[in-house]
Design a protein around this ligand. Structure first.
Ligand code: NAP
Length: 253
């Protein structure tokens, strides 16, 4: 991903899991990376790791659903690391429950982090894409968007990401910017570890059963998603926009 200029990227939820892998990967590709996470300490340790490896990174403790905090952090990134023209909306939570047991808070929290968060961050970086006449937004959807028992809230939010992605692609194209999404299948992270707990099986058992159902015979790791993000972010991917790429070891999750 050779860049003539150093681009600055914001990766949300980058204190661990997929977001941390994306932050490390973009830093290796030469971008300055703003590591956003609710957990400021986790963000600091990922940023420190990137700097130790020779990259450029800053840590920001931010709740992506907090309008004021998002705007302040994006302004801070522009001052300290450069105009954020790459945004990876990765922060996510699950509040799984069968519909009859799902609370309004379970519903609202999931919508807030995934949809309100992606909206607030995208809106805050848009002026920078416009000024630089270049940009890349990558949103994390999920194969759960096709429906998953116990995840009415999460599936609805991840399906919402599709419409959001395609609409942004239409709106920001004139800034020389693209917007795409990735729909991962089963990726080995703390999020899927929590799923195993909910299902009452060990994480190893869930990994084994998911691998058996996956055409390539294994579950995903965060680096599989980071690789797909790097493709969308690359300078040469400027004609790919409004797409949702399944990264699930097969045609379905
Ligand atoms: P993860 O390990 O649970 O990491 C999510 C990160 O997001 C955590 O560091 C978390 O911080 C942060 N976060 C949560 N709420 C936040 C908020 N309001 N503001 C800022 N940061 C926040 O999850 P993951 O598996 O890496 O998932 C990353 C993304 O991929 C999510 O959007 C997820 O829905 C999507 N995805 C994952 C899978 C999978 O199989 N793992 C499959 C499909 C899609 P705290 O630790 O402080 O809460």
């Amino acid at each position: 991903m050779e860049t003539a200029v150093r681009r600055t990227a914001i990766v949300t939820g980058a204190g661990r899991g997929i977001g941390a892998a994306v932050a490390r990967r973009l830093a290796r590709e030469g971008l300055a990376v703003a590591v956003f996470d609710l957990d400021a300490e986790a963000a600091s340790s990922v940023a420190e790791e990137i700097r130790s490896a020779g990259g450029t990174a800053g840590a920001f403790g931010v709740d992506v659903a907090d309008e004021g905090a998002v705007q302040a952090a994006v302004d801070d990134v522009a001052q300290s690391l450069g105009a954020p023209v790459v945004l990876v909306n990765n922060a996510g939570i699950t509040r799984d429950n069968m519909l009859h047991k799902m609370s309004v808070d379970d519903w609202d929290s999931v919508m807030s982090v995934h949809l309100r968060g992606a909206f607030l961050l995208s809106r805050a970086v848009q002026p920078h894409l416009k000024a630089e006449r270049w940009g890349r937004i990558v949103n994390l959807s999920s194969m759960s968007a096709f429906g998953n028992v116990g995840q009415a809230n999460y599936a609805a939010a991840k399906a919402g990401i599709w419409g959001f992605t395609k609409t942004l692609a239409l709106e920001i194209g004139r800034h020389g910017a693209t917007c795409n999404a990735i729909a991962p299948g089963f990726i080995q992270t703390e999020m899927t570890r929590a799923t195993a707990e909910r299902l009452g099986v060990t994480f190893e058992e869930l990994i084994e059963s998911s691998a058996k159902e996956t055409p390539v015979g294994r579950v995903g790791v965060p680096e599989d998603i980071a690789h797909a993000v790097a493709f969308f972010v690359s300078e040469q991917s400027g004609f790919v926009s409004g797409q949702v790429l399944t990264v699930a070891g097969g045609p379905k999750g």
